[in-house]
Every structure is written in C-alpha cells, then in structure tokens.
Design a protein around this ligand. Structure first.
Ligand SMILES: Nc1ncnc2c1ncn2[C@@H]1O[C@H](COP(=O)(O)OP(=O)(O)OP(=O)(O)O)[C@@H](O)[C@H]1O
Ligand SMILES: [Mg+2]
Length: 266
C-alpha cells in the first residue's frame, strides 16, 4: 500500500502539470537567424508575482557579437533571473533584441533552440551517453565524440553506454558542457557552473569559453572570480540593477568598486 501510494505521487504530479498555464507558442520563425549575435536589453524589468517588487529593474545594456560577458553579484541579486529573460522563461517588461530582432516576436520554442544553457545544477537524464548529449538525435557520432574529447571525459567507451547516475558533479557538469558544444549555437550561457567544480574542471570550462567558443557570444554567471580577466565585459548586478559595467581590468582598478570588493573578498 505504501509503495502504491508513493508511486501515485508521480501520477498526481503529471495531472498537476496538465493544469499549468500554457506558454504562448506563437510568433514568426526567421530563417538563418541569428547571423550575428549582438544582444540589446531595452528597459527590461521582471517581477515573479504581480504583487511583489521587481527583481530586475529597468535594465539597459548591450553585448557585442562574440563578446565574452561575465555576470557577477551577490546571491539573490538577480543574475539567474537576468539570463532567464533571454530564453523567455517568464514574462518580462521591456524588450530584448538579438541580432536586431525583438525576441518577443519569435516562437518561444524556436528561440530556445538557438541559445544553449549550461545550468547552475547539472541535469543528467537516466539513459545513454548519446541521449544525454544529443537528446533530439541531430548530431553525428563524430561531433559527439569531438565534444567529449574537448572536455577530456575519458571514462566512456561507447555512446550507447548507460549513464551511471552516481557520476561526480564535475563529470555531470562536463556532460552538460558537451550538450552545449554539439549544439553549436551562437549564444551560450553558463550559469555559475564554476561554483561547485574542482580547480581542474574550472580551468577546463574557462578554456572552452575562451578558445572553443571564441566565435560565439558567451554570457557566464561567475561565482569564483579567478578567471574574470579573461572576459571582455563584466556586468555587476545588485538588487536587480546593473551597478557597474565595463572591462574587468578597469573595474578592478576602481577603489571601492563593487567588482574589486567582491574580488578581494574571495
Ligand atoms: N521562480 C521564482 N519565483 C519567485 N521568486 C524568485 C524565483 N526565482 C528567483 N526568485 C527571487 O528573485 C530574486 C533574484 O533571484 P535569482 O535566482 O535571480 O538570484 P541569483 O543572483 O541568481 O542568486 P544565486 O547567486 O543565489 O544563484 C531573489 O530574491 C529570489 O528569491
Ligand atoms: Mg543564480
């Protein structure tokens, strides 16, 4: 009886999901978009509940094509919320333009196929290595092996090997990086994936950002600031506002600057 009751929770959950408000999937697909990857935020604000304060407040900034951008700030400052607007996880006020197209005019599914996200918590599915790296079966074995060797994941012999769910957090994170590598999207987002990994994995991920993704626009939320000088632009977020932005070397020189404060504290 107990087991049955336990299992019924999954059914309950599925039923709950069917009652969720559906996202608006309408919009216009644009072929060969995006060509370049300038990103422009115009007066973007976000609140999770209508009766609560905004967690992002009137953000205005631009990111150039192929730029490597680090987003830093204290916990709860709005970093993850900021990047979630790029894939339209929530309805926000204002506009975001990618390659001069307002992303609100695109079908949300289409938009999400164009942006790769390596999330804060690495998500692994029960299944094979191939299903984890290329769940929609779009890429060749060669491409998948290339990605695996780029991140030095040497413990697999076969793409149809079942994934061991007890992989270490670093190994899981590297599988998520492989997923982004094979997608070859022009925009790649990393959410604090250097927070929980060891030094070697952190260095490897940084190398992927600077070298392998050199031709792409990368936005990375950085928890540790050791590699901050490798970025072209740093945005410091505090209470939903960008309070400092610029190239890391100049920001670090600023006395009592927010970035230099955060840097010194680490
Ligand atoms: N899904 C949500 N629903 C309601 N409130 C949320 C949701 N996600 C985040 N918040 C709130 O929004 C604010 C910003 O959170 P966010 O996760 O963007 O911060 P963060 O800078 O990414 O923090 P961390 O460094 O801990 O990951 C916080 O006050 C948080 O409690
Ligand atoms: Mg976060």
């Amino acid at each position: 009886m107990t087991r049955l009751e336990n299992r019924m929770i999954t059914v309950e959950r599925v039923l709950e999901y069917t009652k969720q408000k559906q996202e608006n999937k309408g919009g216009l697909v644009i072929e060969h978009w995006p060509k370049g990857c300038e990103i422009r935020f115009k007066d973007v604000s976000l609140s999770y509940k209508s009766d609560q304060d905004h967690v992002l407040k009137h953000l205005n900034f631009a990111i150039k094509n192929k730029e490597k951008v680090a987003i830093v700030g204290r916990t709860g400052s709005g970093k993850t919320s900021l990047i979630s607007t790029l894939v339209r996880l929530y309805d926000f006020e204002g506009n975001i333009f990618i390659d001069n197209v307002d992303i609100k005019t695109l079908p949300v599914d289409f938009l999400r196929t164009k942006i790769s996200v390596v999330p804060q918590e690495p998500t692994i599915f029960s299944g094979t290595l191939r299903e984890n790296i290329d769940p929609t079966r779009q890429h060749s074995d060669d491409d998948i092996w290339k990605a695996i060797s780029t991140v030095n994941l040497s413990l697999f012999q076969n793409l149809d090997e079942k994934i061991d769910m007890n992989l270490s957090i670093c190994q899981k994170q590297l599988i998520c990086v492989c997923r982004a590598l094979v997608q070859r999207n022009k925009i790649v987002i990393f959410d604090e994936c250097n927070a929980t990994v060891d030094n070697d994995t952190e260095a490897l991920i940084q190398k992927v950002i600077s070298e392998i993704f050199a031709e792409y626009t990368v936005i990375a939320i950085m928890h540790k600031l050791r590699y901050i000088l490798d970025f072209d632009l740093v945005l410091v977020v505090d209470k939903g506002v960008i309070i400092e932005s610029g190239d890391p070397a100049s920001l670090l020189k600023k006395k009592n600057g927010m970035l230099s404060n955060l840097f010194e504290r680490q």
